[in-house]
Design a protein around this ligand. Sequence first.
Ligand SMILES: CC(C)(COP(=O)(O)OP(=O)(O)OC[C@H]1O[C@@H](n2cnc3c(N)ncnc32)[C@H](O)[C@@H]1OP(=O)(O)O)[C@@H](O)C(=O)NCCC(=O)NCCS
Length: 413
Amino acid sequence: MFKYFVIRVNAMEKKLAEYKCDTNEAISLKVVRFPEDVDDDSTTFHPEFSHQVFGDDEIAFGYKGLQIQLFYTAGNLSTLFKVKYSSKVTEAFDCVEPDDVEGKIREIIPAGFTSNTDDFTSLLEKEANFKPFGTLLHSYTVHNEEAGEFTYQIHKVEISCPGFREYHERLQTFLMWFIETASFIDADDDRWDFFLVFEKYNKDGETLYATVGYMTVYNYYVYPDKTRPRVSQMLILPPFQGEGHGAQLLEAVHRFYCSLPKVQDITAEDPSENYVKLRDFVLVKLCQNLPSFAEDKLLLGFSADMVQEAQDKLKINKKHARRVYEILRLRATDMSDEKQAREYRLEVKKRLFGPYRKNQRELAKMKKCLRPEELVSHMGQMDTQTQHEELEKSYQDVVEGYRRIIERIATHA
Ligand SMILES: CC(C)(COP(=O)(O)OP(=O)(O)OC[C@H]1O[C@@H](n2cnc3c(N)ncnc32)[C@H](O)[C@@H]1OP(=O)(O)O)[C@@H](O)C(=O)NCCC(=O)NCCS
């Protein structure tokens, strides 16, 4: 009897499992320019994350063949939101509730979307009226082998710009899908600056604009009369990633703040690995022609002149200037020359060793107050051999990252 019961429970669990869907796969995103894009799967992209909406397992329960469409018109980001599925768990089980998928998405997308594909397609006709918000900061072109030359514009916008608040509410929904710990900002706080990237394109002989990405920056106050702009969110929409727009945006924003006397330096909030790579590239590009970073000076070591010049001319703080120095020095170093290579290695390891040295000092302090058995357990964590191995590994990782920046400077700067 009990065995029969267990078999039935297992069978039921198996059947219920058929109603689980991976939300990263189920959500289809699209930025649409032409009516034919709506049914063209090649223009669809999917979230990298959906845990902030659907929980850590990124699963929606209760549906078979779940499809969540979140399509946006390319410029204005007018939204189509549609949920489709082939069957619902309630059709097979009376008392099992499916997740409220629609409700969860409604919590993050602003009202005013349509759920009707024909209505959405007709909204595309209004895209010709869409013009980029704010003032033009920078414009650049990108040459594509297959598609030809494209022009892009970077704009700075105030929240008070008519229509921008609503547009920003639509735009920021993308953060949930592409930034692991995204949160929406209080756009009413007047310390926020907004920067947008648009692509110009041609449709029936008219120039239209497509949204490419954006950045939000918070202006922190620094006593007594300075500000410290902190990059908070940065997103280049996936169809445009890897084409250099991130670097263009960061450089344009950096140059903008450099031109303001009240700005002390430019920082970032909890920067991701990809952001740091981008920043390294941009800062190296900006610093490489400063006199204090000239090749002969680089080989003499990290200097106060470098710190001063990076700070005064480019609002770059000491920590970032140090990374720039290490990257440029690597470029200037002949690594096949044993002496030069050794000097470089020691220079970088000396910096990396900083935290280990702090550990050693703490250990010395601990020795004075810990009982012997406690001390032994702490000593274990700080074993010299392990320290050396870890230091070598960190060094190799750092240099590998630096080489990628140097390669990018050589090919794309
Ligand atoms: C991180 C992010 C902003 C970078 O934007 P991006 O436009 O893809 O950045 P770029 O195109 O300038 O550089 C990305 C890569 O493309 C490469 N690239 C740039 N221009 C290129 C070109 N014309 N041809 C080929 N490759 C190119 C770069 O070398 C770089 O490669 P790497 O990562 O190996 O160094 C973007 O990926 C993104 O929005 N990610 C999700 C959100 C996020 O992580 N935001 C940052 C923290 S808030």
